[in-house]
Design a protein around this ligand. Structure first.
Ligand code: AMP
Length: 467
């Protein structure tokens, strides 16, 4: 998780980066940062919290000077939640200042960190991103940043969408599998000379800036932007690597108004709901999502099944993610704060709830108990992804096997455990029908087929903790 953004060739680069990060806020709420270059040096401002809390008018107009900027919002999947881990990271490498922002998890991070420390490297953060900084520094003997980045890519394994700023240059790249998204856009000005290039994890950031989406940074591609010119280099060795983009971006993580991996996320989610309805006939009086994540598949489910759609749970939008609260008791409270029922919709009804995924089962269990308390006569559940059976090593906070309810109980026992009359998960085949290029996705969290093994552990014992 995490969102990255970049812009080059705009006098208000920091301000546009601020708005870009605002649009990417759902990708990370722990910290935010922007680095700019003003022709002389890099300026950085980063802090803990949400984008509007981290930056003030004064920071944007006086501190973050320059017409080139990169930005980052963080959701810690490795490394603790602390200011020192906020990004972009800024470092001086052989006399050259660089700023770097990263989305994804490196699977050989622990091994590389140890090797680098054994060679004398001193780390200031616990992020995977700093590993890139050290690798780049080691490979900068001849002062060629692009080559140093490519050499760093040859050492790292796993998931990375990266954005780097150095002098008048922005470098943007995606790992060979293309796990995490990164798109390129153009912001048109009054004349053809007057245009700025933008990069963002998701295209919803372009919409906000009224920039035109051109294309994605391709898996295994490094794009270099300097003086308004864009060049592209293949990361050596990436040609033979299969594309394996993270399908969970389409299921849950990305905003529905984005185009991600060339897919219209809204349409994909609706199709997921329609597909569930095709797979499993349901008798119910109304379909209700667990908002917001279940909304779009519930709409598709309702339109296909003909069962009326209602918002019988209302979401409190001032709550962050309930999912990563430290204790189960607190998570239960978190879910109650987040979702509150509309009593009049529930009494005497046969309900079909739709959610995008079941992780620990907290949301479904606690909210279904409530529906029964309020007089629902039947509660069925439809889930717009297959059972989550394996942890993810590539940057989605599904980090340990033991937390995944579907991985620890026979699937037939789940309706009872979750107090449901029936439960149906979208099948893998059904899910793949909702995307244009079904072979291009990583499905490891469903089928255990890991494109890159996690060094030093296997799927069932992995304990890389989400912070
Ligand atoms: P749980 O209550 O533990 O079963 O979590 C399921 C809820 O968490 C669903 O409503 C999802 O929308 C949401 N969710 C799924 N995956 C993630 C994730 N990686 N991070 C945060 N929330 C998630």
């Amino acid at each position: 998780m995490c969102g990255i953004f970049g812009i080059s060739g705009h006098p208000e680069a920091a301000r546009l980066a601020y708005f870009g990060l605002y649009a990417l806020q759902h990708r990370g709420q722990e910290s935010a940062g922007i680095a700019t270059y003003d022709g002389t040096s890099i300026h950085l401002h980063a802090g803990m919290g949400l984008v509007p809390d981290v930056f003030t008018e004064q920071t944007l107009s006086n501190e973050l000077r320059g017409d080139i900027a990169i930005g980052h919002v963080r959701y810690a999947t490795t490394g603790s939640s602390a200011l020192r881990n906020a990004q972009p990271l800024v470092a001086r490498v052989r006399g050259m200042e660089i700023a770097i922002g990263h989305n994804g998890n490196l699977t050989n991070a622990a091994q590389l960190r140890k090797e680098l420390e054994d060679e004398g490297a001193i780390f200031q953060t616990t992020t995977d991103t700093e590993i890139f900084v050290h690798l780049i520094a080691r490979n900068m003997q001849n002062g060629n940043l692009e080559q140093a980045v490519l050499d760093a890519c040859a050492r790292v394994q796993g998931a990375y969408a990266l954005i780097l700023l150095s002098g008048k240059k922005i470098i943007a790249l995606r790992d060979a599998h293309g796990f995490r998204p990164l798109s390129i856009g153009i912001l048109h000005g009054d004349s053809s000379q007057d245009q700025a290039f933008v990069f963002a994890s998701e295209t919803c950031a372009f919409d906000l800036l009224e920039a035109e989406y051109i294309r994605d940074v391709n898996p295994g591609e490094m794009v270099i932007l300097e003086d308004g010119k864009m060049t592209s280099v293949k990361i050596p060795g990436s040609e033979t690597v299969p594309v394996r983009q993270c399908i969970f971006e389409l299921i849950y993580f990305a905003r529905p108004d984005s185009i991600v991996f060339g897919e219209d996320v809204y349409r994909c989610r609706k199709n997921m709901g329609m597909q569930i309805s095709r797979e499993m006939k349901t008798d119910a009086d109304l379909v209700m999502p667990f908002p917001d994540s279940g909304v779009y598949s519930a709409l598709g489910f309702s339109q296909h099944s003909g069962i009326p759609y209602e918002h019988a749970y209302i979401r409190n939008h001032y709550v962050g993610r309930t999912f990563i609260q430290p204790s189960q008791n607190m998570r239960n409270y978190g879910v109650r704060v987040k979702l509150n029922p509309v009593r009049s919709m529930i009494m005497g009804k046969r309900l079909c709830i739709v959610d995008d995924s079941i992780v620990r089962g907290t949301t479904v269990r606690t909210r279904v108990e409530k529906l029964r308390e309020l007089g629902a006569t039947e509660v069925h559940c439809r889930v717009s992804c297959p059972p989550l059976l394996n942890p993810c090593f590539y940057g989605i906070a599904l980090s340990t096997h033991k937390e995944l309810i579907a991985a620890n109980h026979p699937l037939e026992s789940l309706p009872d455990l979750l107090k449901l009359d029936s439960l149906h998960y979208l099948t893998i085949e059904g899910l793949l029908k909702t995307v244009s290029h079904p072979d291009n996705y990583c499905l490891a969290c469903f089928n255990g087929d890991y494109p890159v093994p996690c060094n030093g552990c296997d799927a069932s014992s992995c304990s890389r903790k989400s912070a």
